[in-house]
Design a protein around this ligand. Structure first.
Ligand SMILES: [Zn+2]
Ligand SMILES: [Zn+2]
Length: 454
């Protein structure tokens, strides 16, 4: 078996890996790097350019796992793209949204790059989609490698992939995985029998705090802080990623209301693409793993965040909660605009609920607030602003912490462990730990384009 990582291996970049199994070419995810722009977002296909790709597995609809599907499809139009039904629905709307955003950025002059794909390219991608349910074997070619999807716990529709090859080898790719329950989606499920090769994500490998904080404790602290801000007449901005975190947070707010932790009459505002994703969550409630299959995201009363300036000012001037994209507060998104409105008033709060990359506005603000800096520059037009409002971060990750990942690896007894999807430090911590805990396993931390024959 040949393995090559095609995305940036030393960061959470474009997730994309090649597997060559007995003459069959397989790609695991075809993501784009959210930290880059234009062609630099794509994985490097050069190491496999002379190989055939017959199949790709698309494990979930986050951009870092689907963003280069059009490029993959253009190079290997015959490749079948396997995914779950929910990932098919979500990927369709996420990719259309990405095409529109790229086009807009080029038209406005904020990006020098033309959109990498358009609607027509996407129609070809969607034609190659093949949806499969969880927990049922399907054959890639009759009599050859067969495959089973294991719900991965990370997000609606997310899946791990088990490959059972014709020569009896079992390969398991965790993709992004979360062992513990979130608010809507339960923790992942995994093969019960040992595997030969484990390809595992490493996102939280360098995060010692993640394993010390339980979700239950964090839910209590978050509820208390929200209640305190609302009580003093403030309004709260929660910047969120539109797919996954937004719906989980809305569910949590619904829970706080039903338990009287926050006033049930508190207005909750949401906007844009995340509302469309919430609808997909609700449509799939009966057909995807849920903690409570009766729960609906739209069962949590929400108002549309107003478009006019006047109505916005009114909404922000009364106690309320605003669940708005983007999670990183990328410039000119709603969360970026609203943060600037709230920053200089002590009664308001900005609460982060996910990862905040340091060089993007969310990370800059969080870093400035935590280090006691007086001000922060969120936009050039507005200039330096004082940080007067409350700024805090709550940990509601959709990724397994490093202890959970270690336990999973030990349980699956692999002969080879390939660590992917994590910064260098994260993969190194896991590699060191796993070499100790799984002494018979070969542990690999592949660099981009590096070929391993296993
Ligand atoms: Zn993900
Ligand atoms: Zn990912």
């Amino acid at each position: 078996m040949d393995f090559i990582s095609l995305g940036n291996a030393n960061d959470i970049g474009a997730s994309c890996h090649y597997l060559g199994i007995n003459g069959t070419g397989i790609v695991l995810d075809a993501g784009a790097d959210p930290n880059e722009d234009g062609p630099a977002t794509l994985p490097d296909f050069v190491p496999i350019i002379n190989r055939e790709i017959n199949h790709a597995f698309i494990t979930h609809a986050h951009h870092d796992h689907i963003g280069s599907l059009p490029a993959l499809n253009e190079k290997w139009p015959m490749a079948r793209l396997h995914l779950t039904p929910a990932t098919r629905t979500l990927s369709t709307s996420m990719l259309y949204a990405s095409a529109r955003l790229q086009q807009r950025k080029f038209d406005e002059g904020t990006s020098p790059f033309r959109a990498l794909f358009d609607k027509e390219d996407l129609d070809d991608v969607f034609d190659a989609f093949r949806a499969h349910p969880y927990d049922e074997w399907f054959d890639l070619q009759p009599g050859h490698t067969r495959t089973k999807f294991y719900y991965s716990g990370h997000l609606l529709g997310a899946t791990g992939v088990l490959l059972d090859t014709e020569d009896g080898r079992r390969i398991f790719y965790t993709s992004d995985t979360c062992v513990q329950d979130q608010t809507i989606v339960p923790g992942g499920s995994y093969p019960s029998e040992p595997v030969d090769v484990l390809i595992m994500e490493s996102t939280l490998g360098a995060d010692p705090v993640a394993e010390t904080i339980t979700r239950a404790q964090e839910e209590i602290r978050f509820g208390e802080r929200l209640a305190a801000v609302l009580k003093r007449g403030g309004t709260v901005l929660i910047p969120v990623f539109m797919l996954g975190r937004a719906q989980e947070i809305l569910a949590l707010l619904g829970r706080y209301k039903s338990r009287g932790i926050i006033d049930p009459e508190t207005p909750i505002y949401s906007a844009g693409g995340l509302r469309e994703v919430s609808r997909v969550y609700d449509d799939c409630a009966d057909s995807t793993p849920r903690i409570d299959s009766d729960f609906k995201v739209y069962g949590v009363k929400q108002r549309q965040f107003p478009r006019s300036h006047k109505a916005r000012r009114k909404a922000l001037n009364q106690p309320g909660i605003h669940v708005l994209a983007s999670g990183m507060m990328i410039e000119r998104t709603l969360s970026h605009q609203v943060a600037q409105e709230l920053l200089e008033d002590e009664k308001h709060a900005i609460f982060f609920v996910g990862f905040a990359k340091e060089d993007l506005p969310a990370g800059k603000l969080l870093h400035a607030a935590q280090s006691g800096a007086e001000g922060v520059l969120l936009s050039r037009e507005r200039g330096m602003q004082k940080i007067v409002c409350e700024v805090d971060r709550f940990r509601f990750s959709g990724h397994a912490n490093r202890q959970d990942l270690t336990k999973l690896a030990v349980q699956l007894q692999p002969k080879t462990i390939i660590l992917v999807h994590g910064e260098t430090r994260a993969r190194q911590w896991l590699a060191t730990t796993l070499r100790e805990k799984c002494p018979n396993a070969r542990v690999l931390t592949p660099g981009q384009g590096e070929l391993f024959t296993i």
